[in-house]
Design a protein around this ligand. Structure first.
Ligand SMILES: [Zn+2]
Length: 245
């Protein structure tokens, strides 16, 4: 059994005092940026969930595998434009948080890789999944040419390894294997995550029931808990991104 795995130790470390989330002050683009940024947390946790539920082999660090799975899922499930918006929002937020923590030695003992390495890997894979359509993305993310040239091959390895497991879920057809837990308070984040759950259910079925919720945790974070097969997106995560806007 896996220990509960945490995506965003970096976010937890930099979480400030709890603030009420002021969605009313945001325009539609800003709301999309906040929800899109946190949506990638859901996909990362979905990676942990699939590894656990499907008993998938992880030939390496599971955190790296979950990062890779999040890019694979976003690329596989979304049209190019919204996929790119979500990846841009997420990586920009992450970069901003990493910057605000300052340079200095990464925590080499953290189960997660250093932030900027994770960002670079995810940017490369996302670009490599569709290099013809994502040249501007690569330019904006400043992927160096010598790395960019290997990104398509890097992504195709991912596609071959994860793709076959993902296809099993799609072959099972639409279903109700992912259960959305109604939040106490609805807001644009809960709406966005609920929409993701509905979308997942409309195209695939997991071999076990997975609960997804957005709930207060006392910090900005997200985690998969194998003890009750659930993903929790902490509602505090929204304020973390709003603060960056
Ligand atoms: Zn993780």
């Amino acid at each position: 059994m896996l220990k509960p795995l945490v995506l965003s130790a970096l976010i937890a470390l930099s979480a400030g005092p709890a603030l009420s989330q002021d969605w009313d002050a945001l325009d539609d683009d800003q709301i999309a940026e906040v929800t899109g940024s946190i949506t990638t947390d859901l996909y990362h946790e979905m990676g942990h969930a699939l590894i656990d539920i499907m008993d998938l082999p992880v030939l390496g660090n599971e955190e790296d595998a979950a990062d890779i799975m999040s890019v694979f899922l976003i690329n596989s499930l979304w049209e190019n434009e919204p996929a790119e918006q979500v990846m841009r929002a997420s990586l920009a937020t992450w970069e901003s948080i990493a910057e605000s923590r300052g340079e200095g030695d990464p925590d080499w003992w953290d189960v997660h890789g250093p932030d900027k390495k994770r960002i670079a890997t995810m940017a490369c894979l996302f670009y490599g999944a569709d290099p013809d359509a994502r040249g501007q993305f690569a330019a904006d993310l400043e992927i160096p040419e010598d790395r960019a040239s290997s990104c398509p091959e890097e992504y195709s390895q991912i596609d071959e390894s994860w793709g076959q497991f993902f296809q099993q879920l799609v072959d099972a057809g639409p279903g109700k294997s992912i259960v959305w837990e109604e939040p106490e308070v609805e807001d644009p984040l809960t709406d966005a995550i609920r929409d993701e759950v509905e979308y997942f259910n409309s195209i695939l079925t997991l071999p076990a029931t997975l609960v997804v919720r957005v709930a207060p945790c006392g910090q900005a974070n997200a985690f998969y808990d194998p003890s009750d097969v659930s993903i929790t997106i902490c509602s505090e995560s929204a304020q973390q991104v709003i603060d960056r806007l």
